[in-house]
Each structure stands twice: as structure tokens, then as C-alpha cells.
Write a protein of this length. Structure first.
Length: 475
């Protein structure tokens, strides 16, 4: 029996992640959809130091795709997704504070009217994203994104030109359509189809566009509003969005070879399950709930803290320092995503998610114990390090435990549940603060929620031993 060196280039003929090696009569390298058998008895040479290099070679030899290469088309898709996230989150999330102030100033509308429109938009988005998989099947990826871009553009133009309250609600309804076509679910679904070994890095880079939208687009809107007025600022920013996003969507966005033209499912000999069936199976899947509920709880606490952060910090350290804390937190969110992206493909996403939730709980706990400006700023920085990763972990867990066939359905349903739950975060924190007269109890509640979420996400009621006909792992 001669030793078999798995690192010989001529033997590197399997796909990305070798899951197990059976010695003796049959050596099988089992992977995500590719199997190679060696029928002669072999002895395996195992060198852990060279395993990751071998895995990369195996993937390239089997698929002809080197995801590490800058010439790989998937990275152009990442660029397109970065720009989509930049404008979608910039206009659709971070920019809402600007709209609140400017619409009140321009029309004298009460803050409750504009805030209610924002809540309406988030709840409508949470309903619409459930049907992302159906929309991908019916109209296709590029058409859905272009519809989202058109709706977002119409929304921002209407925000600039509106005169009556009903137009406000129409603008926010259009924004919800924009979220459906350009939001988290579509970005995660298309990148999941393009990447395997570098999936975590690709998601981290693309979703950094969301944070950059808050860091760059909002200050730019404020600066332009001060110089040329809110109406002209919104119209100019909308034109810039169309000029930058439209060419990359038309030129770069699409499914890779070997996937269906619908929702990015890998083609196989069997029929692809209908999205409705996938959603029913997901709702009965315990592993799905132990991913969705902890993320939703953590996002509830996160949204509650972010919205009330300035109100908490301003009496302690002043308005300027409170603004610095927000900027520092946003900058650390970028650093956190990039840092995670470099290593997350080698980590257990549930374990990494739990660690991120625990770090947020620790930062909040120290925050409510201190009045020292330096300590408060450091806590905001530590908290910010994990903020962006809360939307990076779900697609990684879904791909690993549920699979590609139900990926878009799982992302849509999970995002909907998380969105509805987290929408109550600011209100709950504000309510607790009103009852107690301070933020200590409210943020202590957020600490407890984070710790509960960190524990629940580690629960794995059903490992992916096999996949059902609907693409959902049996539990």
C-alpha cells in the first residue's frame, strides 16, 4: 500500500471543503455537491499545516474557479452589491433622521407623523421580503434589482418634492419596495451563489457598503442641504445613485454558470422545491428558529441602544463627544466586518455570532457603570465592532445548516422576523426609560437580552446530516 499525498496537483480533483476521509477500500472526499472515489487501498498522508492550501487547490482543480483571484467575476458582483447597500442603507435607514428634521422644518409636520411613516415602511419591508424568493423566480435577479433601484429613486425624488402627508406614506412605501429589490436578502442570495470558500469575506465587504452609507451619505446630505437646500440635495444624491448603481447592476449582476436563472439554486437532477413549501418546512425546522430568534433578540437590543445612544451620552459627555461616539461606533463597525471577513470562513458561524453578542453585552454593561468619557467612548467602539456582523452571520448559518435550495426563502423569512422584532427595540427601551427615569435599567435589559441570545444561538437541535426534498435539513 503506497501513501497517497492529497497535495499532489494531479489528485486535486474535488470541490471546496473536504468533509471526511474514509480510509481502507474506498477513499471518498465528500464535498458540497462533488464526490471523488479512489477504489484502491490507500494510506492517507495527513499534514495539518498544508490542509488549507490543499483545500484551495482541490476547489480550483474541480471547478476551475479561484475565488482568491481578483479577476474572478464574483468580486465585480461584490462591488455592485457594495454600491447597492451603500445607497439602500444610506437613504433607507441612516437618512431617515435627516428626513425627519427637514420635513418638520419645511412643512411643520409633527414628528409623530414622520416617525409613524418610518415605522410603516419598516413593517411593510418585513412583509415584502418574505416573498423575495417568489419574485426571483418570477422576474429574475436583475429585473428585481432594477425594480428596487427605480422604487428607491422614485422614493427619494418624492421626498424632495412632496407637499402633503399622503405623499410621505407613498414615498416610504416605495422605499419598502426598494428594500425588497436591493436589500439584505437579495445581496446575500446573489453572493451565496457566487462564493463558497470566500463567502464570509464577500458578504463582509458587500455589507460594509451599508455602514459606509451612514458614514458618507448622511453627512453629505446634511452638507448639501446647508448649501443648496434639502430638495436639491436629495435630487443630486438620487442622480448620483442612478449613475453609479445602474451600470454595475446591468454589467456585473447575474447568476454564475450552473445555477438556475431564478433564485440562484444549484441545478440538479431533481426538481427544485417551490418557495412556499420551503417556507413551511422552515417554520417547522428547529435549527432555523435557533438562528432567527437570537438574531432578532440581539437586533432588538442593538436598535434600542443605537436610537437612544445620543440621548444617553449627551448629558454625560456633551453633544460633540456624543457625536464622536456615534462616528467611532460606525467606523468600528467597518473594521469589525473587515476583520471578521478575513477569518469567518474558517470559524463556526454560530460560535462567532455568540461571541459577538457577548461582546456587545459586556460593552453595554461597562457603559452603564461608568461616567468617564474615555471609558464611554471605548465601550461604544467595542459595541460597534460587532454591529455590522449581525447581518453577516445569518446567511453563513443558513448556507451551512439549511443549504442552497431554500437559501432565499430562509433569508427572506428570517429577515422578516428579525425586522419585525427589532422594530420594537427603540420603543421598548424608551418605555423602560420613561418608567424608571433613566437608561440604566433599559440598557441592563439589553445586556440580559444579548446574553440570552448568545446562549440560544449555540443550540443546534438538528445538525445537517441530510437534506429534505425542499432543501431544508431535517432536524
Amino acid at each position: 500500500m503506497r501513501p497517497l499525498d492529497l497535495f499532489q496537483p494531479e489528485l486535486c480533483v474535488t470541490a471546496p471543503m473536504a468533509r471526511h476521509i474514509v480510509r481502507h477500500a474506498l477513499l471518498r472526499v465528500a464535498t458540497n455537491g462533488y464526490n471523488v472515489s479512489f477504489e484502491k487501498p490507500v494510506v492517507v498522508v495527513h499534514d495539518p499545516a498544508r490542509f488549507h492550501l490543499a483545500t484551495a487547490r482541490l476547489m480550483i482543480a474541480a471547478t476551475g474557479v479561484d475565488e482568491s483571484s481578483l479577476s474572478y467575476r464574483g468580486w465585480r458582483v461584490v462591488l455592485a452589491c457594495f454600491l447597492m447597500a451603500f445607497f439602500m442603507f444610506g437613504f433607507g435607514l441612516y437618512g431617515q433622521g435627516v428626513y425627519l428634521a427637514e420635513l418638520q422644518r419645511a412643512h411643520g409636520w409633527p414628528g409623530t407623523l414622520v416617525s409613524a411613516a418610518s415605522t410603516f415602511s419598516f413593517l411593510l419591508t418585513s412583509v415584502l421580503v418574505i416573498f423575495t424568493d417568489d419574485l426571483l423566480d418570477r422576474i429574475g435577479l436583475r429585473s428585481l434589482i432594477l425594480c428596487g433601484l427605480s422604487a428607491l429613486g422614485a422614493s427619494t425624488v418624492l421626498l424632495a418634492l412632496m407637499q402633503t402627508p399622503w405623499q410621505l406614506y407613498l414615498a416610504y412605501a416605495l422605499m419598502s419596495v426598494g428594500w425588497t429589490g436591493m436589500g439584505t436578502v437579495v445581496i446575500a442570495t446573489v453572493l451565496n451563489s457566487w462564493f463558497d470558500r470566500r463567502r464570509g469575506l464577500a458578504l463582509s465587504l458587500a455589507f460594509n457598503g451599508a455602514t459606509c452609507g451612514g458614514i458618507v451619505l448622511v453627512p453629505l446630505l446634511l452638507s448639501l442641504t446647508g448649501s443648496i437646500g434639502f430638495r436639491s440635495a436629495m435630487l443630486a444624491a438620487t442622480i448620483a445613485m442612478v449613475v453609479l448603481v445602474l451600470p454595475v447592476v446591468v454589467g456585473f449582476i447575474g447568476w454564475p454558470a450552473g445555477t438556475s436563472l431564478a433564485s440562484g439554486k444549484r441545478q440538479s437532477g431533481g426538481a427544485v422545491a417551490r418557495p412556499a413549501h420551503s417556507r413551511r418546512a422552515l417554520l417547522a425546522n428547529a435549527a432555523f428558529w435557533t438562528m432567527v430568534l437570537p438574531i432578532a433578540i440581539a437586533l432588538l437590543a442593538q436598535m434600542g441602544f443605537i436610537i437612544h445612544q445620543v440621548s444617553f451620552l449627551e448629558p454625560l459627555i456633551g453633544r460633540a463627544s456624543a457625536g464622536l461616539a456615534v462616528t467611532l461606533m460606525a467606523a468600528m463597525a467597518v473594521v469589525g466586518r473587515l476583520s471578521l471577513g478575513l477569518f469567518v470562513d474558517r470559524l463556526d458561524p454560530r460560535l462567532a455570532c455568540s461571541a459577538s453578542m457577548t461582546s456587545q453585552a459586556a460593552a453595554l454593561f461597562v457603559l452603564i457603570q461608568s461616567t468617564n468619557p474615555t471609558v464611554l467612548l471605548m465601550c461604544c467602539a467595542v459595541y460597534g465592532f460587532s454591529i455590522g456582523n449581525m447581518i453577516t452571520f445569518p446567511p453563513l448559518i443558513i448556507q451551512r445548516e439549511i443549504g442552497s435550495a431554500a437559501f432565499a426563502a430562509a433569508m427572506g423569512l428570517g429577515t422578516s422576523i428579525s425586522g419585525i422584532v427589532s422594530a420594537f427595540g427603540p420603543g421598548i427601551v424608551g418605555l423602560v426609560r420613561s418608567f424608571t427615569g433613566n437608561y440604566t435599567t433599559a440598557f441592563a435589559m439589553c445586556v440580559a437580552l444579548d446574553l440570552v441570545a448568545a446562549g440560544v444561538v449555540l443550540w443546534r437541535p438538528g445538525r445537517r446530516g441530510h437534506t429534505t426534498s425542499e432543501g431544508v435539513s431535517a432536524s
